[in-house]
Ligand binder design. Sequence first.
Ligand SMILES: Nc1ncnc2c1ncn2[C@@H]1O[C@H](COP(=O)(O)OP(=O)(O)O)[C@@H](O)[C@H]1O
Ligand SMILES: [Mg+2]
Length: 254
Amino acid sequence: MTITIAVANQKGGCAKTTTTVNLAAALAELKQNVLLIDLDPQANASHWVGAPSDAPGMFQLLTTKVAATSLVMETNTEGLRLLAGSRNLATIEKSLAGELSVETLLKRRLVALESLAFDYVLIDTPPTIGLMTLNALCAAQQVVIPVTTHVLTLSGVAQLMQTFDDVKDVLNPGLLLLGLLPCRVDQRTRHSKDIVDALIKRFGKQVLEARIRENIRLAEAPSFRKTILQYQPNSNVAEDFRALAREVISLQTR
Ligand SMILES: Nc1ncnc2c1ncn2[C@@H]1O[C@H](COP(=O)(O)OP(=O)(O)O)[C@@H](O)[C@H]1O
Ligand SMILES: [Mg+2]
């Protein structure tokens, strides 16, 4: 069975792409068969794992009848494949005018990938609650919400949880919050620790055990088009993503 996980938070710059790419790579390292889906017109995730810009991918999957399997690309990581994002996703609402049930389009199109037998499908989303994020939340069984802990707005997290509940009510009753993921955790600052404590106080067991530490190597890795597991395999933050991958797998048997 394929587990589909959306990584979402309507806030920009909160480590969605960093989380999606490196969790995907860490799951692949654990011999999982993984598909990364990039729904962001900025296509940062696609570029990071080696796709040429504007490679055919999600836009074609959602707007044409081309065979879904033909759009799946290899990446620079073994066991990790990609459905690429591209700039034209920014105007997809226009291209889909007149389509019925546009929120469920991705879910319906992914059925054609069953033959590829992915263990995990990870979806990176844009920093807005637009049509692409709604498609991700409809297609997914689970959601991970990355939360940066160097600057935090608990109100922003609360707002996203509200959206999550609304989508659950209206579009996808089975949707499960896999957890909030504290990112950019800086153990040298009191502030970062206070924020993690506040998250736990407010959201309890909905906060994952894993922590992704602040590490400049993560910000450098995309320009080398290497995941952190390739770029700095022995770094503390590579270990953080491995721990996250193990936690995600263990949560499936809960
Ligand atoms: N653990 C981390 N340590 C250092 N920098 C990070 C970390 N996580 C994310 N960043 C940086 O934060 C910025 C936003 O991250 P990104 O994953 O692109 O967020 P989003 O996809 O939510 O917009 C990027 O410059 C990224 O390199
Ligand atoms: Mg992003």
